[in-house]
Design a binder for this molecule. Structure first.
Ligand SMILES: C[S@@+](CC[C@H](N)C(=O)[O-])C[C@H]1O[C@@H](n2cnc3c(N)ncnc32)[C@H](O)[C@@H]1O
Length: 265
């Protein structure tokens, strides 16, 4: 299996955040709601990106609580810091969340569309669980089934037709997504991490797209890392992709799951 690195989201921040309002933020809100945060909770927002879950979490825990948003990509954090309200309980940190540590245990850890980017997904997720106090909650989202919306498939096909840097989306990431891509496999995986009271819900997303927003989505997705470098070639891919985009909506299924860290026996 390839050891190709995951994409640097710093370069994707603009395209990614163009879909915040209609896609990422509503899904992040569902993860925050599922986590059942309480006033004064200490929350780790793992792979916080542009702050889609960190900000609503900070409102829920209030000024005596704490939300540590952690992401590898400075470009995503720049967007997060610019967009977030100035709240004493909310801070953002540029770090690999797997090795990120504080001298307190968390009441909850959130991870929206992040765990499958960990090169060692099981060990990375276990590290998140280990940062929880016993009884603390892990809440995450991931794709139900082969993730990418139809839009991504069409974009990949256009990249391949152009012939530049053709390849596939990082196979290790795809394998991770597949491994936890059904309610049953996700629940079993969470059980294997030592969680109890596991709940998994599937939610359907359908979003209206324009030609411009579809291309912005591509620029914020894993496919962006496979685009040619020459602007003229990128433009050919864009036009080819848009000529195949014959629908006005994109659909995806998302899994949102929670589980609680066991107490030591
Ligand atoms: C698809 S984005 C999701 C962003 C945000 N959670 C959301 O749903 O809007 C995935 C994010 O995970 C981050 N990421 C991947 N591996 C990471 C790691 N080991 N530590 C911290 N952040 C990581 C990426 O930089 C990227 O910002």
């Amino acid at each position: 299996m390839t050891t190709e690195p995951s994409p640097d989201f710093s370069t994707l921040a603009s395209g990614f955040s163009s879909w915040t309002e209609q896609l990422w933020a509503p899904l992040a809100q569902q993860v925050v709601d599922a986590a059942g945060l309480k006033k004064n909770d200490a929350v780790l927002d793992a792979c916080c990106g542009t702050g889609t879950s960190a900000t609503p979490a900070a409102h829920q825990v209030g000024p005596q609580g704490k939300v540590d948003g952690v992401d590898l990509a400075e470009g995503m954090l720049d967007v997060a810091r610019a967009a977030a309200p100035d709240l004493p309980q909310l801070s953002f940190h540029a770090s690999d969340v797997v090795s990120f540590s504080r001298d307190y245990a968390y009441d909850a850890a959130l991870c929206c569309f992040g765990v499958f980017f960990f090169p060692q997904m099981n060990a990375g997720a276990q590290a998140l669980v280990n940062k929880l106090r016993p009884g603390g909650t892990l809440a995450l989202s991931t794709w139900h089934g082969r993730p990418f919306m139809e839009i991504t498939r069409l974009a990949l096909a256009a990249v391949k037709r152009e012939g530049y840097r053709a390849g596939t989306v990082n196979p290790a990431v795809m394998a991770n997504i597949d491994a936890i891509g059904t309610p049953e496999s996700l629940a079993a995986w969470l059980k294997g991490l030592g969680l109890r009271d596991i709940r998994v819900q599937s939610t359907a997303v359908s979003i209206e797209v324009t030609q411009n927003s579809a291309w912005q989505f591509v620029l914020g997705s894993l496919v962006a890392g496979m685009l040619p470098t020459e602007p003229a070639a990128v433009e050919r891919v864009r036009q080819d992709f848009l000529s195949t985009l014959d629908h006005t909506h994109v659909a995806a299924e998302v899994l949102i799951a929670t589980g609680k860290r066991r107490f030591p026996s």
